[in-house]
Write a protein that binds this ligand. Sequence first.
Ligand code: SF4
Ligand code: SF4
Length: 394
Amino acid sequence: MIIFSKALADRATVWSAIRANDQPCESLPPDLVRFSGESRPVVIWNLTRRCNLRCAHCYIDANNSDLSDELSLEEGVRLIDELASLPSPMLIFTGGEPLMSRNFWAYAFHAREVGLRCAISTNGTMITPEIAALLKESGIRYVGVSLDSSSPEINDSFRGIRGAHAKAIQGLINARDAGLKTGLRVTLTRDNWHDIPALLNLALDLKIPRFCLYHLVPTGRGKGIAERDVTAEQRRYVIRLLMEAAVELREKEIEILTTDSPIDGAFIVEMLRGDPERMEHVKRLLINAGGCSAGSKVANISPAGDVHPCQFMPQIVVGNVRERSFRDIWIDNPSQELLLIRNSRRYLKGRCSRCEHLELCGGCRQKAYYYRGDLFEEDPTCMLEDLLKTEHAR
Ligand code: SF4
Ligand code: SF4
């Protein structure tokens, strides 16, 4: 995750989190802990595969077919107790649609009881004013709502259900009005790259304090639309635009960030070559954030309790919380595979292995796996080589 507002406009809340190498995570601002020096992972838990939408890019391939393998309430509560005792800096409930999990409220209120901070990643369509009030009461720190177009027609055709756009926006408004911290999440594709300014304006108009751009990762149904990923030129256009927006909107209540591609950080550094002081500052910040977080700052747990190094790596299972404690899987006896991914920079190949930005980037390992069949190969979505050729030709 690259926090553009911090890198380019010194937003105070982010700054304190990034500097927080040695602060206990309890003292950090909510939902920023994953970018600190904190070594315990933020845990992303896919509670269920159930979902009321049918999004084309869904990485978990959500469907309502077989739910019998989901962790039981007892197993889920035990997991929360364990994460609270680690402690994990944050637990993110996601799905499918997490609000469709029969155990969601039991988990959210139990997490509050044991002092585990939680966020929710949702399609927003089920957040009525009553649900928003309950989310607030359950101590949820942050509500991220996904939307893929400013146009209701385009969004709904991508998300598979008519009316999803209006409901997601109403859900965001309800969450905001309940006093929850909210964010608008957009997955970048060839179908919406030109729509990013309109989506950013929408967040501003709605007074949503966070705008997060997700790069497409070809996992689950995302594989089926891999060819809809943006070109290098389109990606550079969007990232430049967000860089400018982070500076121009520094006085506004909005934080701009991107995720699922550490290359954005390397790109920002390249763009700052004319400003060595800012460039060094941003480099330090990005090195601290650490590039790809798979297997280190992020852990993923599937509905059935499988532990993955990242939510986009279903093919790699490093344990199951039904059989071993999370602590044993992640900290005490990590598998060889988990250690390899955690230390992936040592084993990288191709362009990534020789890159001067290796320390702050390293590429997205899952994209290397999908496009090159090797987790340690170069990330073919890197838009830097083209950029350097273009810049040098000038
Ligand atoms: S070559 Fe690899 S490490 Fe370098 S910027 Fe591109 S993706 Fe990142
Ligand atoms: S492999 Fe790394 S960069 Fe790619 S989505 Fe997972 S954590 Fe992010």
